[in-house]
Design a protein around this ligand. Structure first.
Ligand code: AMP
Length: 433
């Protein structure tokens, strides 16, 4: 036995030639990372690299005091300057901190980033669950639009398909607005309070800290109680219900199948409205390969602007294990052909589908749903910043004529293109260069 060994719950990623276990070989990690980066590029999402540790308070306030991660799983230490620091257990709080700190929102009220790297949680290690593990995550900050939730889900699903994981399950639920959820938590407290003696120890603790998390309990005794518990979906206010329906409508536009799971609550305190999770059976007990949701107030609570966010994270180990289980070959591509800008809800829905169609033709497309036509200039300069070759604009006038405005970024010339021919037109433009 070697004199020194990797700490419990950690592992090495080794050159293929010396890796005895296929999923721990660095070449497969590079290949999968390439696929993730290429798809993010297709969606106009750029990389953010973050410190591996942050001030502890960021996670206490960001991830949330009532989450298991903050209560039980953080690697926290006091540094030599007597500051409390924590190895990052997840990527969202650090990402928002970095975006706010860098002044990103001073120029654009839309930010889309991805990150890739190690996270740390003191959990009980087993296959698919580690103390140092790697996450690929995406965060989209911008207007409160169901398009963006659907876009996240769509990207995640595209990733799984690109890796050959066609047999995944997408679970989705809504946690509604904060006010609505507060009322529902009271209902749960009353309901579970009446059955206190039957509840597991963990769930008894959650009854006061966060009763929603009881719905997530795997304890056999809790399960039968949970099955009879009140459902949040029966108590939604109209705006939460409309938003959730909006997300589902977008998913239907692309025929993305999903199952609504009333018990899906996810682990962090900041989630509201949409939550989702992808599951893959081929990797055994730890079948959750990734998940995420909308966070309404996290950005503003952290001192940023009053924009909302939506994001997800996937576990790299589980993603790679599942990819290998499907025996997939992997390869690569790159550049933003067009920024798709829709003005208003109807146009957004149409352009959402067209963006996916164009991406399916192999084009790199970035999108921006715009509520206010006066902000079009801002969207154009955003297109410039991300190096888009063109901008496609769909407003109500264009939609009624079944056309979109195509604007070439370098020359500035504009022309109308029929919506039916948009993908083939952009494809022919891309082949010219
Ligand atoms: P979360 O950040 O808890 O929402 O988890 C997102 C994804 O990260 C999960 O679906 C897993 O794929 C992965 N993940 C979370 N915790 C671990 C862990 N301890 N070990 C390996 N993967 C993990």
């Amino acid at each position: 036995m070697a004199k020194y060994q990797a700490p419990k719950g950690t592992f090495d990623i080794l050159p293929r030639s010396i890796s005895p276990i296929a999923w721990q070989s660095s070449s497969i990690w590079s290949n999968v990372e390439e696929v993730l980066k290429r798809l993010c590029h297709h969606y106009g999402i750029e990389e953010l690299r973050l410190p591996v540790f942050e001030n502890t308070e960021l996670f206490q306030k960001g991830t949330g005091e009532s989450s298991d991660v903050v209560q039980k799983e953080m690697y926290t230490f006091t540094d030599k300057g007597k500051r409390s620091q924590t190895l990052r257990p997840e990527g969202t709080p650090g990402s928002l901190r970095a975006l706010i700190e860098s002044g990103a929102f001073n120029s654009f009220s839309m930010q889309k980033i991805f990150y890739l790297g190690p996270m740390f949680r003191y959990e009980r290690p087993q296959m698919g669950r580690y103390r140092q593990f790697n996450q690929f995550g995406v965060e989209i900050l911008g207007p409160r639009s169901p398009w963006l939730d659907a876009e996240c889900i769509c990207l995640g699903s595209d990733i799984l398909k690109a890796l050959g994981l066609s047999k995944f399950k997408l679970l989705i639920n809504t946690l509604a607005s904060q006010e609505c959820r507060q009322g529902y938590k009271k209902l749960l407290q009353e309901y579970f309070g009446d059955h206190l003696s039957v509840l597991s120890e963990d769930s008894q603790r959650r009854l006061t800290t966060n009763p929603l998390r009881i719905l997530d309990s795997k304890d056999a005794g809790d399960q039968s109680l949970i099955a009879q518990a009140p459902k949040l979906r029966d108590h939604l206010d109209s705006s939460s219900s409309e938003f959730f329906e909006g997300v589902l409508e977008y998913l239907k536009e692309l025929n993305i199948s999903y199952s609504i799971d009333d018990k899906l609550v996810r682990g962090f305190d900041y989630y509201c409205d949409t939550v989702f999770e992808w599951q893959v059976e081929s990797i055994g007990a730890q079948s959750a390969i990734g998940g995420g949701g909308r966070y309404g107030k996290l950005l503003s609570d952290m001192g940023g602007p009053t924009l909302e966010g939506v994001g997800f994270a996937m576990g790299m180990e589980r993603l790679i294990q599942a990819t290998l289980a499907c025996n997939q070959q992997l390869e690569q591509t790159p550049r933003i052909e067009a920024l798709f800008v829709a003005i208003g809800k109807e146009c957004a829905k149409k352009l959402f589908t067209l963006a996916h169609e164009a991406r399916s033709c192999g084009l790199c497309i970035e999108t921006w749903p715009l509520h206010d036509p006066k902000k079009l200039k801002n969207a154009l300069s955003y297109g410039d910043k991300i190096g888009a070759k063109s901008v496609i604009i769909l407003g109500e006038n264009e939609l009624s004529n079944n056309q979109a405005t195509y604007r070439h970024m370098q020359g500035g010339e504009e022309k109308k293109v029929s919506l039916q021919e948009l993908s083939s037109f952009l494809k022919s433009q891309s082949e010219k260069n």
